[in-house]
Design a protein around this ligand. Structure first.
Ligand code: KIV
Ligand code: ZN
Length: 520
């Protein structure tokens, strides 16, 4: 086991935002978006980044390859079912990485083996061992997961894990795939496996917990107390269904309670807020205000008694410092008179790099027009500007050119919208229940997409009525789900931008294989 300078074990942080996080409805990311997130994770010193599932589609393969080529300090991992084609694709995708890992998995619970795989336990062991053997052709860093381990027979887990370690697996990841486990029980399972498997010392034990019962973080931490030395997690707890264990909660719990944990991470926790905002901006999954660590209220002390206590001594109510997660107390950063250099310097402090001079110029121009409408520009505004501008710069077929909306008491709201579709301008007008509804109807009159609006939400990016509103729409068509985002100081315009962004994503969607559905 690795020891850090304080003579404690290292807890390896394996981030799967780009893979399991991407399995959340509508959270699918482009290669550029994955690269932006991967760079932020590398900056935070995440040990392993699971960049995707290369067999899922050509887009996924290219995205993993691009991340593997660019990221230098974190290990880049690719997911593969226990199948030759999956492993070959994963192996090819991680080839450019400085340090690459293949993560192969097969289900081991009776229900998954019988109903999904239709394989006997013997066949499952055979396939798992063969998968590790195939992966060895590409890398010596091999992770094996018995999917649905949380509902598997411990004796069978011991058998299959011993066999894959013997074959060369170096990390054994125990997933609570359906979020069924309870902390003491899951912790005991990890302890039992480490004690009972004769060659368990040849591998790092890892956990991967889902949050269906709201216990993903508790189950992960209980496993760390039982000897797990890798935790799989995602930024903001993004992930399939109710999500995965949240990276920021795990890392801050271990750091804050060093009296309890015999290990620590190597993360630069001051990058947490930056990563959180980036991921929520790109995926359209807003962070709830009372979310631990990264929610807007996490460090806000409203109640008078708390404020009084904090002023006397901050430890009365604060167990962590806001600065430690990257929240600075002086948040006002730029304004109308800030020049290009100040703008560039602040962006660099936020670890935002520009792919080209053109992109920098665009974001700066958008910053100037925002500063005309809004006195104070905060870090959150800058991050939203970057997300907006990179959307504008991609060659999307539908662009919002202009809109005007009329909303008056006693009158039916109406909207007139001009769109540019593949270089041709088209205009349309429509009425609706409100200005947002009228705008969406006007867009639909032109596009006739047939999408169904499944979710609509508005969040203010910062405080104050001049704040930018960040709108997310979730659109569904033919079983495909996408999230569209838009930000503006005018929430009706933000809504139209979000709808257009969603339509563009729907057009760009690619058919993908889901890693955990169907037969191996
Ligand atoms: O939840 C799960 O079981 C997974 C595996 C692929 C590790 O995501
Ligand atoms: Zn999972």
């Amino acid at each position: 086991m690795n020891k850090n300078s304080m003579n404690k074990d290292r807890l390896i942080i394996f981030d799967t935002t780009l893979r399991d996080g991407e399995q959340s409805p509508g959270a699918s990311m482009t290669s550029d978006e994955k690269i932006r997130i991967a760079k932020a994770l590398e900056q935070m010193r995440v040990d392993v980044i699971e960049a995707g599932f290369p067999i899922a589609s050509n887009g996924d393969f290219e995205a993993v390859k691009a991340v593997a080529s660019i990221i230098k300090d974190s290990t880049i991992c690719a997911l593969a079912r226990a199948k030759q084609l999956d492993i070959d694709r994963a192996g090819e995708a991680i080839k450019p990485a400085n340090s690459g890992r293949i993560h192969t998995f097969i289900a081991t619970s009776p229900i998954h083996m019988e109903q999904k795989l239709r394989l006997t336990p013997d066949q499952v062991v055979e396939q798992a061992v063969a998968a590790v053997r195939m992966a060895k052709k590409y890398t010596s860093d091999i992770e094996f997961s018995p999917e649905d381990a949380g509902r598997s027979e411990p004796d069978f887990l011991c058998r299959i894990i011993e066999a894959v370690i013997r074959e060369g697996a170096t990390t054994i990841n125990i997933p609570d795939t359906v979020g069924y486990n309870i902390p003491h029980q899951f912790g005991n399972l990890i302890k039992d496996l480490i004690e009972r498997i004769p060659n368990s010392d040849k591998a790092i034990f890892s956990v991967h917990c889902h949050n269906d019962l709201g216990l993903a973080v508790a189950n992960s931490l209980s496993s760390v107390l039982s000897g797990a030395r890798q935790v799989e997690c995602t930024i903001n707890g993004l992930g399939e269904r109710a999500g995965n264990a949240s990276l920021e909660e795990i890392v801050m719990a271990v750091r804050t309670r060093q009296d309890v944990f015999e290990c620590n991470t190597n993360l630069d926790t001051t990058q947490i807020m930056n990563c959180s905002r980036l991921v929520s901006g790109i995926t359209g999954f807003a962070v709830q205000p009372n979310k631990a660590i990264v929610g807007a209220n996490a460090f806000a002390h409203e109640a008078g008694i708390h404020q009084d206590g904090i002023l006397k001594s901050r430890e009365t109510y604060e167990i962590m410092r806001a600065e430690d997660v990257g929240l600075s107390s002086n948040k006002m950063v730029l304004g109308k008179h800030s020049g290009r250099n100040a703008f560039k310097a602040r962006m660099a402090e936020l670890n935002i790099e520009f792919a080209s001079e053109e992109e920098l110029n665009e974001v700066f121009a958008n910053f100037k027009s925002l500063a005309d409408k809004k006195h104070e520009i905060f870090d959150e505004d800058l991050q939203a500007l970057v997300t907006e501008t990179s959307t504008e710069l991609t060659n999307e077929p539908i662009k919002l050119v202009s809109m005007s909306v009329c909303s008056e008491t006693g009158e039916t709201p109406n909207a007139t919208i001009t769109l540019n579709i593949d270089g041709k301008e088209k205009q349309s007008a429509a009425e609706g229940g409100g200005p947002v509804d009228a705008s969406f109807q006007a867009i639909e009159k032109i596009i006739a997409s047939g999408v169904e609006l499944q979710l609509y939400s508005v969040n203010n990016i910062t405080s104050g009525t001049d704040s930018q509103g960040e709108v997310t729409v979730r659109l569904e068509h033919d079983g495909h789900i996408v999230n569209g985002q838009g930000a503006d100081t005018d929430i009706v315009i933000a809504s139209a931008k979000a709808y257009v962004n969603g339509l563009n994503k729907m057009i760009a969607r690619e058919k993908r294989t889901h890693p955990q559905r169907g037969k191996v």
